[in-house]
Design a protein around this ligand. Structure first.
Ligand code: URA
Length: 239
């Protein structure tokens, strides 16, 4: 059972506050009875009407996209650059990105119209781990890696301990795998810059338990029910 105003907001009828107003004004009925503030509904069974018209809950959509480089993680770009929504096209639901990847970062990006889950997944309290493959210029030392594992000081404070290991050393460049659970702006790039290693490529390979699998850059897929259930469970355990 959910609060009626939450149901109306999730259905895209109005904001929660506006929905409360509509209920107070007597414009909403549940199974033919005039609703009051505090009414709860079962979205599967109850018939909710606003001004006599049946309100159907918005279907929740959950996607993972393999974001290519050169695409912005916003819904609209004032500079007219390609956005992640341009890649998804019309799917009949107003999805939004969960957090963001920089213009030049590629990899796993979750998108959904489930605002509740989005807020939880990006909230520091739940410590959702994100894993990146990072190509840096130069050869980080074991001491550098230890610094990242302990946490280092950026302009906006100390970073939480990261997990980091070397994947491949090449001439003058190094591929590393790095996992963090914070989501500050340009955090990975700033952490490496702080140690003196410019990031040449950055790819997110994992978000919690989700990986890209066979998705090529620009491709997306819907999450399975089981995957959505597991994501929700992650935001309950520590809640
Ligand atoms: N950290 C960054 O610096 N950039 C991203 O896009 C994601 C994490």
């Amino acid at each position: 059972m959910v609060r009626l105003q939450k149901f109306l907001a999730a259905a895209g009828v109005a904001s929660r506050r506006k929905a409360e107003e509509l209920i107070r004004q007597g414009k909403v009925t549940v199974n033919g009875e005039r609703a009051v503030l505090g009414t709860r509904v079962d979205p599967e069974k109850d018939i909710v009407r606003l001004d006599g018209k049946v309100v159907t809950p918005e279907k929740k959509v959950y996607l993972i996209l393999n974001k290519p480089r050169g695409v912005v993680t916003t819904c609209r770009d004032p500079q007219g650059r390609r956005t992640v929504l341009d890649l998804i096209g019309s799917i009949g639901a107003a999805v939004h990105p969960v957090g963001r990847l920089d213009y030049d970062t590629e990899g796993l990006l979750l998108l959904t119209n489930d605002g509740d889950l989005t807020n939880k997944l990006i909230h520091p309290r739940y410590q959702i781990e994100k894993t990146y493959h990072v190509l840096v210029e130069g050869r980080p030392t074991e001491q550098d890696l230890e610094t990242l594992r302990r946490g280092l000081l950026l302009e906006d404070g100390w970073t939480a301990p990261a997990r980091v290991s070397i994947l491949k050393e090449m001439r003058g460049k190094t591929w590393l795998e790095m996992s963090i659970h914070e989501g500050r702006n340009r955090q990975v790039r700033r952490m490496w810059a702080r140690l003196g290693y410019p990031v040449l490529k950055l790819r997110r390979t994992r978000f919690a338990f989700l990986t890209l699998g066979r998705l090529r850059p620009g491709e997306y897929r819907h999450l399975s029910r089981e995957e959505v259930r597991k994501l929700r469970a992650l935001t309950r355990e520590k809640g």
